[in-house]
Design a protein around this ligand. Structure first.
Ligand SMILES: NC(=O)c1ccc[n+]([C@@H]2O[C@H](COP(=O)([O-])OP(=O)(O)OC[C@H]3O[C@@H](n4cnc5c(N)ncnc54)[C@H](OP(=O)(O)O)[C@@H]3O)[C@@H](O)[C@H]2O)c1
Length: 223
């Protein structure tokens, strides 16, 4: 008999996690979702509140899960939390936890354009996190997404705020291309990567079907 899926989701209150948990719950997948803050859980979902992902509180509950989808990440630093701490070191901790818990597969969302030649702090932290995942010995899929759009996504929220203020700042020339992808496509692909072994041990760009310059995207969006 095929064992039913049990999937762990970290950063459960985040934008992608919320969409993913809803999608998986509609498929009656058993979930164990971890967040720093309280949230409303779905029917087949176990809620874990954890401020720091300490092993003591988590190990037993996530043991022998089919996959862990690591969706904790920051795109902004503060004096208390920097990229290295959250994007890299917390990922390292989650990898170790997954190994101890005998979780078969880990899925990680990095960033489009991450490479060993990068010089930005954010991309460096994602590159180092990818290394933790790749060297873990677990089956993995690393996705490198472009901007992910959908209801309440950060990118659109930020553009809307700028439109209200009457001025939109276009980073750089604005002529470079982006390939936005809708969150409903992102969650489907993530689920397929749990189901299908052809996704195993791959790094995959996660992008939408159309290239658009940042400037053109902003013009279309503001309409
Ligand atoms: N959205 C995009 O366009 C995009 C593009 C490329 C890559 N990604 C990556 O995809 C992942 C999810 O992105 P998202 O858009 O869903 O981001 P998000 O809405 O900001 O969610 C990230 C979650 O990370 C957790 N988190 C943040 N700071 C933390 C801290 N100090 N300690 C522990 N947990 C912390 C929070 O979960 P809780 O509040 O539940 O604790 C937060 O909701 C991130 O790794 C991001 O870098 C996103």
């Amino acid at each position: 008999m095929v064992k039913p899926l049990k999937i762990v989701v970290t950063g459960a209150s985040g934008f992608i996690a919320k969409n993913l948990r809803k999608y998986l719950s509609e498929k009656n997948i058993e979930l164990i979702s971890i967040s720093r803050n309280n949230f409303k859980n779905f029917k087949y979902e176990t809620k874990i509140i954890s401020k720091n992902y300490k092993e003591k509180n988590l190990l037993k509950k996530i043991q022998n899960s089919s996959a862990l989808i690591h969706l904790v990440g920051i795109g902004k630093q503060s004096v208390n939390t920097d990229y290295d701490m959250i994007n890299t070191e917390l990922t390292k901790h989650i990898v170790n936890l997954s190994k101890k818990a005998r979780i078969k597969k880990i899925i990680f969302l990095s960033g489009l354009g991450v490479s060993p030649n990068t010089s930005s702090g954010y991309f460096i932290s994602k590159y180092n996190a990818e290394k933790q995942i790749i060297d873990s010995g677990l089956d993995f899929t690393v996705f490198r997404p472009s901007y992910i759009v959908g209801k309440d996504d950060l990118f659109s929220k930020n553009l809307k705020k700028q439109i209200k203020s009457g001025e939109i700042i276009i980073p750089g020339s604005g002529f470079y291309s982006i390939q936005p992808i809708h969150v409903s496509d992102v969650v489907k692909v993530i689920f397929e990567s749990v189901l299908q072994s052809k996704f195993n041990n791959k790094i995959i760009d996660l992008v939408g079907p159309d290239y658009v310059t940042f400037e053109k995207y902003v013009k279309l969006f503001s309409k």
